[in-house]
Design a protein around this ligand. Structure first.
Ligand code: ADP
Ligand code: ASP
Ligand code: MG
Length: 402
């Protein structure tokens, strides 16, 4: 007998019929003789609806109260799934994150899991119950309810899998696995049988929303086997595995895109030691994550520096940049919002020169201008105009024969 963790995302628990479908999948797994721990997300778009509701209360929402509100979403689906299973004659109990022993740091809205004490879960399992845990939530050392960032139920599932030494962590969602590109945008996208942790981490971090990047990072560190699969079809999905286990490294495994991109620039920054540190230290102090950074070549002792941040952070970044620009004597600043990042990811890129050049050529053939570029061993990213993202993804997908 093994132990399986099943995680069902929002679209899989969107209404009672879908919750009944989930219950069948849980019972099926249990009938195979496995102990089953289930992690659920909030129903459908409930998290977004709760955020919209909170915004109606006035201009400010404390992060503490926001976490208090958002965690109710996952508790609803957990309780409804437990009731459904009980009504089908299957013993099941729902637990909040904290009842399940999920401890996090004292940070609201994007806390990291620090520890899981699974005593209660294990006790319920030994009583032959299906244990359903509300995902995306934990308890801080101060006794505050915290959330793990958007898509955080994936991380709850992977962390529980590590602690409970699960045989597999099945992530059930509304697509059949990890595809070569977002199947909603690229009709020809193909399902991958395997993807390496490294590639999956890049794809997830670069916008492939199918897994939370932190969940992949956690799985990689703790050797958790993840399978991404469909809640609605029976076929096997995509296995996330160690790179070495794959037969060969594909040059390009997939294309990811991110529309949550804004660009900021400072002009005529004095070319002196310590200037970059001043700019990016100020942003770090305001808890703003900076992604790509480009510094132009010096002329007349001055440089231009441009970088990207999440669009959601732009309202925080702008005043910081304007203040720093004044302090360091830059001649001005600019900001652009209608942008998107398109990236190709593949473990075989390291040993195949010319991949980046091919990507630039494909974009040039489509008459798409590149605003910024960044590369790592296994990815190339370009910032382009947002309205061109569809054309860019489809052209890249086709020309790399994905
Ligand atoms: P859930 O509610 O199950 O957590 P998400 O919406 O978070 O589901 O993730 C699934 C979605 O991820 C898919 O519907 C798909 O549009 C999107 N997606 C983006 N890139 C990819 C990709 N490369 N492979 C599969 N899905 C992707
Ligand atoms: N409900 C949360 C969200 O929408 C967490 C999750 O679904 O994983 O981000
Ligand atoms: Mg998700």
């Amino acid at each position: 007998m093994g132990l399986v963790v099943q995680k069902f995302g929002g679209s899989s628990v969107g209404d009672i019929d879908k919750i009944k479908n989930v219950a069948y999948r849980v019972i099926e797994e249990s009938n195979q003789g496995h102990q089953v721990v289930v992690v659920v997300s909030a129903m459908g778009d409930l998290t977004d609806e709760l955020i919209a509701l909170a915004r109606q209360t006035g201009p400010n929402q404390s992060e503490r109260e926001m976490d208090m509100l958002l965690t109710t979403g996952e508790q609803q689906s957990a309780a409804l799934l437990a009731m459904t299973l009980n009504n089908m004659g299957c013993a099941a109990v729902s637990l909040t994150g904290w009842q399940g022993g999920v401890a996090t740091e004292q940070v609201h809205s994007k806390a990291r899991i620090t520890d899981i004490k699974p005593d209660r879960i294990e006790k319920e399992l030994t009583q032959n119950k299906i244990v359903i845990i509300a995902g995306f939530q934990g308890l801080s050392p101060n006794g505050e309810i915290t959330t793990l960032g958007r898509g955080g139920s994936d991380t709850t599932a992977v962390a529980l899998s590590a602690v409970l030494k699960a045989d597999i962590c099945d992530i059930y969602t509304d697509v059949e696995g990890v595809y070569t590109a977002d199947p909603r945008l690229v009709p020809d996208a193909k399902k991958l049988e395997f993807v390496s942790y490294d590639e999956m981490l890049e794809l997830a971090s670069l916008g492939a929303g199918v897994l939370q990047p932190r969940a992949v990072e956690f799985a990689m560190q703790h050797n958790v086997r993840i399978q991404v699969r469909s809640s609605f079809k029976m076929e096997p999905g995509t296995l996330v595995v160690e790179g070495g286990k794959m037969e060969s490294n594909r040059i390009v495994t997939g294309v990811a895109h991110d529309l949550n991109v804004a660009k900021l620039a400072l002009f005529d920054v004095p070319d002196q030691p310590g200037i970059a540190s001043t700019i990016f230290q100020a942003l770090a102090e305001a808890s703003i994550n900076v992604d790509m950074i480009v510094q132009a070549d010096m002329r007349d002792g001055r440089n231009d520096i441009a970088f990207t941040v999440c669009k959601d952070d732009l309202h925080l970044a702008l005043p910081v940049v304007e203040r720093v620009a004044k302090d360091i004597g830059a001649s001005g600043t600019s900001c652009g919002q209608d942008l998107a990042k398109i990236s190709i990811v593949g473990a075989g890129m390291t040993s195949n020169p010319g991949v980046a050049a091919t990507m630039f050529a494909i974009l040039a053939d489509e008459n798409i201008n590149i605003h910024m570029i960044s590369t790592s061993e296994i990815k190339v990213s370009c910032v382009i105009d947002a309205p061109l993202i569809n054309a860019a993804i489809n052209a890249i997908h086709k020309r790399f024969n994905l």
